[in-house]
Design a protein around this ligand. Structure first.
Ligand SMILES: Nc1ncnc2c1ncn2[C@@H]1O[C@H](COP(=O)(O)OP(=O)(O)OP(=O)(O)O)[C@@H](O)[C@H]1O
Ligand SMILES: Cc1ncc(C[n+]2csc(CCOP(=O)(O)O)c2C)c(N)n1
Ligand SMILES: [Mg+2]
Length: 343
């Protein structure tokens, strides 16, 4: 599996020995790990092996760049049932290789074992290039909240796949969600419009804005994270860490046309499509957009969308529970992802 991974200047010793040796040009190493579990994070009926390879790298390197770092290397824990076709592992590996080519950083090692459940555990490393890490605790009253990348598309893609599963083959307008669910390998489903195909693709292969992480650090971001569980929920981590509140302006969320199309297919009435799309932008996880907080005087490049402001945390009364994220000053049901929720 390892022979096809290219080396980079950061790799002093690559796969093949008991451990790898990776350069840390800055003297510090950013390190993070994320798991992908079949049935929980992906389904082999919904995503090809290549998709899962892309996604495994993307969700890990999104965390690296969310610290303001440059990806340097990763290690892949691969636990697979014995009946997994070799071709699946090979295609997965090709997906990993191709996403690494986009994000930078080399595969430097891993481990392969048998397991009842197909599980991929990646550890990713990064270099801060002399910058301070952008943590969750630096947001200050008066700062602005901005995001870059996609929001809501992955959740819409997932909803399309779930719906196709529930009603396989049901035609939806021009498109059959059943066909969308049945199409594999990241191919555009037969009959799907571009918008639906884009949502499915963002779910299968999220496209984190890798370069924007180090960019935000250089611009002076005071806090940053990648959106994995939902924007409102994830910004809640910034609020708690920084001891602040964040208020988001719903009108600042301009839904992508692909998202508007998907919510229509998912059943939102025409007059409610923008509201439904905004709800997905606020609560949908797994796009791995970057959300960051900047001092108000920072001039942001236009791919950063300003969507909110940082305010003082409410007082210490029973009502306050310390810190929170509101939308148009209202507390909303955030709808974000909780691995341990019992439905
Ligand atoms: N089992 C664990 N052991 C040690 N630390 C953990 C464990 N699980 C989570 N953490 C730490 O808790 C913090 C939050 O973890 P979490 O997985 O929620 O990260 P996240 O960045 O919010 O989400 P994502 O990884 O999906 O982007 C991280 O610093 C992580 O390293
Ligand atoms: C088959 C299937 N069912 C549900 C979901 C949705 N989902 C799973 S984990 C997660 C949040 C991020 O996880 P983490 O915090 O572990 O990175 C979300 C939104 C999916 N992707 N696939
Ligand atoms: Mg994260």
């Amino acid at each position: 599996m390892t022979s096809q991974f290219p080396r980079t200047d950061d790799v002093i010793l690559g796969p093949g020995d008991d451990a790898a040796v990776v350069a840390a040009p800055d003297g510090r190493t950013v390190a993070t790990t994320d798991l992908l579990v079949e049935g929980r994070h992906f389904r082999r009926e919904w995503s090809s092996a290549r998709d899962v390879g892309h996604r495994a790298v993307a969700q890990n390197y999104a965390d690296v760049v969310a610290m303001g770092a440059r990806p340097t290397g990763l290690l892949i824990g691969f636990a697979a049932p014995p009946e997994l076709p070799l071709a699946w592992a090979e295609e997965f590996t090709a997906g990993v290789r191709d996403e690494c080519a986009l994000a930078g950083g080399a595969v430097v090692g891993g481990d392969t074992v048998g397991s009842d459940t197909l599980t991929i555990a990646i550890t990713a490393l990064g270099d801060l290039e002399g910058r301070s890490p952008v943590r969750r605790e630096g947001a200050r009253t008066g700062d602005v909240v901005a995001y870059t990348g996609h929001l809501g598309l992955s959740a819409a893609g997932l909803a399309l796949l779930e719906r196709s599963d529930a009603a396989a083959g049901t035609p939806v307008g021009e498109t059959s969600a059943g066909q969308a669910g049945g199409a594999l390998a990241g191919e555009v489903p037969v009959g799907a419009t571009d918008g639906l195909a884009q949502c499915l693709s963002e779910h299968r292969r999220p496209s984190p804005p890798y370069a924007a992480g180090p960019e935000a650090a250089r611009l002076g971001a005071t806090a940053m994270l990648d959106v994995s569980d939902g924007l409102v929920q994830d910004l809640g981590h910034v609020c708690r860490a920084s001891g602040v509140c964040i208020d988001l302006d719903s009108n600042a969320f301009r839904p992508d046309p692909a998202l508007l199309e998907a919510v229509g297919v998912l059943g939102a009435p025409a007059g409610k499509a923008v509201d439904a799309a905004r709800r997905l932008m606020l609560s949908g996880g797994e796009d791995h957009a970057l959300a960051a907080v900047f001092p108000p005087e920072v001039r942001l490049p236009e791919h950063w969308h300003v969507v909110g402001t940082v305010g003082d945390a409410p007082g210490t009364g029973a009502e306050s529970s310390g810190t929170r994220v509101t939308v148009d000053q209202n507390v909303i049901e955030n709808g974000g992802w909780d691995h341990f929720r019992r439905d």
